[in-house]
Ligand binder design. Structure first.
Ligand SMILES: Nc1ncnc2c1ncn2[C@@H]1O[C@H](COP(=O)(O)OP(=O)(O)OP(=O)(O)O)[C@@H](O)[C@H]1O
Length: 366
């Protein structure tokens, strides 16, 4: 699938990569939210420091942009250890991993992003390295292949994954501490935005920060990106201060609505409601209706709509919830509406079927 650029996408784009470094908190106290993870990690690190030992291996799981890389850098900083970063897709052969591991120094923190995308042979080498701080490097090929054991200095592996379920148990079991990163509450995102605004020298009012936070999909990376776009607008169209009105007008230019939905999200939801009476409708049909690839609808638009309780995936197809009708300002079709002839799982009006004639669009609710 071609990557789809979205201002509210959680993956890092080129600009994010270029500007995120100075916005990262550098110690646990400066890291906002994720209270439980922070508290547990603090204990793990303090205990390791008190023993004069290297910290246990750590696994972070969770959606992109929630702070996994930032926390792993904090682990290195808190341990006073060097930090190195690599990723699963960059390690396609066991030899790639052996080269990295054999150059680690004592106590170094190795951050392995997208650990679920490493090759199987590298994964097997990693188990041994994590457990025994040793790897077998195979020299030669065929009958002449000989494993040469190589001792490694103690190090801390910090793995990050968006798909913890894809990790094989022997790998998962070798992490001493595993944490799942949750989406952030709006109040936490407001703190992230105020902190970033201070670092970027942007004047922002509390209501302006709240406006951005509400549209940031629970994700600090998106909050920081929206802040940068709102700052541009404030400089060009206003007096540079981010007020509620400025934030709201700026994000309207980018077609990000009050709940953080963008044009694609609203197109999917709009088609589901106005063409298919709220569903159920098959994914392929829905994708054709919005002129997008099936994968784009399924992987790019739907996860957030499902998370927000606006859309449900049911065995009979995609279904809009009552909240979806309310969000688009439409009244759900009444029970037994001739436009749909069916009753869906979300009560009155959520029925409807691809084969049915498209229902009439209702005027906005008062
Ligand atoms: N708790 C937080 N407090 C303040 N800023 C944060 C926090 N979490 C993340 N950020 C900011 O959000 C941005 C993205 O964070 P980070 O790169 O650590 O996310 P990630 O989970 O590693 O994402 P990916 O999986 O895409 O690599 C960074 O600019 C970082 O400063």
């Amino acid at each position: 699938m071609e990557p789809v650029y979205r201002l509210v996408g959680a993956d890092a784009d080129g600009e994010d990569r270029a500007v995120e470094a100075p916005l990262r908190p550098t110690d646990l106290d400066g890291f906002i939210g994720q209270e439980r993870v922070r508290e547990q990690l603090d204990l793990v690190l303090r205990a390791a420091r008190a023993r004069g030992a290297t910290a246990d291996h750590v696994l972070f799981s969770g959606a992109p942009g929630l702070g996994k890389t930032t926390l792993s850098m904090i682990i290195a900083a808190e341990m006073g250890a060097p930090f190195r970063i690599t990723s699963g897709p960059a390690i396609q052969h066991a030899g790639d991993l052996a080269a990295i591991l054999s150059s680690l120094t004592e106590g170094e923190v190795l951050f392995l992003d997208e650990i679920h995308r490493m090759s199987r042979s590298a994964e097997e080498m990693l188990y041994m390295a994590m457990e025994d701080f040793r790897v077998d490097v195979v020299v030669g090929t065929g009958l002449g292949a000989t494993p040469i054991p190589l001792e490694l200095p103690p190090f801390t592996l910090v793995g990050a994954t968006t798909r913890a379920g894809l990790l094989v148990p022997p790998l998962r079991d070798r992490f001493g501490f595993t944490a799942h990163m949750e989406f952030y509450a709006p109040a936490e995102l407001e703190r992230v935005i105020h902190r970033s605004a201070r670092l970027l020298d942007v004047a922002i009012e509390p209501e302006g920060a709240a406006e951005i936070a509400g549209r940031s999909r629970g994700t600090p990376r998106i909050a920081n990106r929206l802040l940068r776009r709102v700052r541009d607008y404030a400089q060009v169209k206003a007096d540079g201060v981010v007020t509620r009105e400025v934030a709201s007008a700026a994000l309207a230019v980018y077609e990000i609505d009050g709940r953080g939905l963008d044009r694609l999200d609203r197109a999917v939801l709009g088609a589901l409601l106005s063409l298919f009476g709220g569903g159920p409708v098959g994914l392929s049909t829905l994708a054709v209706a919005v002129g997008e690839e099936r994968e784009t609808v399924e992987e790019v638009a739907e996860p957030f709509l499902v998370r927000e309780g606006l859309l449900a995936r049911t065995p009979r197809g995609r279904v809009a919830t009552p909240a979806a009708w309310a969000h688009l300002g439409l009244a759900p079709l009444p029970q037994g509406d001739p436009g749909t002839g069916q009753q869906g799982p979300f009560g009155a009006g959520s029925g409807g079927h691809v084969a049915s004639p498209p229902p009439r669009q209702r005027p906005p609710r008062r």
